[in-house]
Design a protein around this ligand. Structure first.
Ligand SMILES: Nc1ncnc2c1ncn2[C@@H]1O[C@H](COP(=O)(O)OP(=O)(O)OP(=O)(O)O)[C@@H](O)[C@H]1O
Ligand code: SF4
Ligand SMILES: [Mg+2]
Length: 341
């Protein structure tokens, strides 16, 4: 599943089980289970999945906001979970920045936009002196398309639109000169009309500034628009990963096909023929063995309820975790190309 390329981040078997909370309750929420994927340098990689599939928990684990139950997060060849005690990883925390979903809640209404960008510059000692501080703030505002920067710096959050506030979020993340940005649903709270502008900003930063992105979304169409590679998550597990175009044209996993069937027109010509019931992600509390999608899958077989499928490579950089594929597989689903009726 791991690509032989220049990887800035390589996530291996990442797992997070949250205790249920009660003193006598030994049960665990299996929020993230054996998640493996990588981010090549300067690429945008998407995690897509429904609510509760474990996307944010994965990002929080990578950023070290929370500690994993097990697994590795290899950054530039070093396992950051092993090599750095939690409090001593300022370099990594600077290099890997998060941008959050809520552009309204993440800014303090009492402070100017300039103040919000000054803070990380000062905390991470990125500038020496007031003059350089001011120049960097204006620079960053221009980089994220918030010019005229002198005016924007003096404004308060309530004077900006949601899209502009999200751009402030990116300016703050950029201020510490990160190498990777983990963008957790950065456009889901924005009007559809301004989403593309923020997505284009991410694309430009990847192309021009050499940044790498993890883009988290519910929306497989935006994943295809913005990212090089897309990984699909379901109930805490990765179920399929492929180059984004290929994933949309040749979805293999029944769940990926369900996601695509919910998109009005993911691309010209694709119509999946899934008749999968909508429905909820199964309980993540001590889940039973077998494929987590079994309860909703129209292709379910007895083996699916007993045995977790292995990840099987079906094309270069395209893998799937489903008993329909690989050794012992019954028969692959028709491809999108030949399923078009
Ligand atoms: N601190 C916690 N304690 C217990 N369970 C948690 C905790 N954080 C997350 N979870 C559970 O882990 C699962 C995955 O949550 P997560 O927030 O990662 O999903 P998500 O894919 O980001 O969903 P959304 O699209 O709604 O943001 C959910 O069932 C959630 O309730
Ligand atoms: S393993 Fe079985 S239940 Fe799971 S997606 Fe594949 S066919 Fe469906
Ligand atoms: Mg989330």
């Amino acid at each position: 599943m791991s690509e032989q390329r220049d990887l800035v981040l390589d996530v291996q078997h990442l797992t997070k089980h949250f205790p249920m909370g009660g003193m006598r309750d030994a049960r665990k929420v299996h929020a993230v289970e054996d998640v493996t994927f990588s981010i090549p340098r300067t690429e945008i990689v998407t995690l897509v999945g429904e609510s509760g599939s474990g996307k944010s928990t994965t990002a929080r684990l990578i950023s070290r906001l929370i500690e994993p139950t097990s697994g590795e997060v290899i950054y530039n060849g070093t396992d950051v979970l092993k090599s750095q005690p939690r409090g001593a990883s300022l370099d990594y925390r600077g290099d890997v920045q998060m941008v959050f979903q809520d552009p309204f809640g993440s800014l303090n209404p009492a402070h100017t936009i300039g103040y919000h960008i000054e803070r990380p510059l000062l905390i991470h000692k990125k500038v020496s002196g007031r003059k350089e501080l001011r120049e960097r703030v204006l620079d960053l505002l221009n980089t994220v398309g918030l010019g005229p920067a002198e005016e924007t710096a003096e404004k308060f959050p309530y004077e900006l639109s949601g899209g502009q506030r999200q751009r402030v979020g990116f300016a703050r993340a950029l201020s510490v000169e990160p190498k990777v940005i983990l963008a957790d649903e950065p456009v889901s709270m924005l009007d559809v009309s301004i989403r593309v502008g923020v997505l284009n900003l991410m694309k430009r930063l990847a192309d021009d500034s050499g940044l790498s992105f993890l883009y988290i979304t519910h929306d497989i169409a935006s994943a295809r628009y913005i990212s090089d590679h897309t990984n699909v998550m379901y109930a805490g597990r990765m179920v399929e990963g492929a180059p984004s175009d290929e994933l949309v044209h040749e979805p293999a996993h029944p769940y990926t096909r369900l996601l695509l069937s919910a998109v009005p027109n993911p691309h010209a010509g694709l119509r999946t023929q899934e008749t999968v019931a909508r429905g909820e992600i199964p309980s993540l509390i001590d889940p039973p063995p077998g494929c987590p999608f079994a309860a909703r899958c129209p292709h379910v077989m007895p083996v699916c309820r007993e045995v977790m499928p292995n990840a099987v490579t079906i094309a270069p950089n395209h893998w799937v975790r489903c008993h329909l594929y690989g050794d012992g597989g019954v028969s692959p689903l028709p491809t999108a190309a030949n399923s078009v009726g």
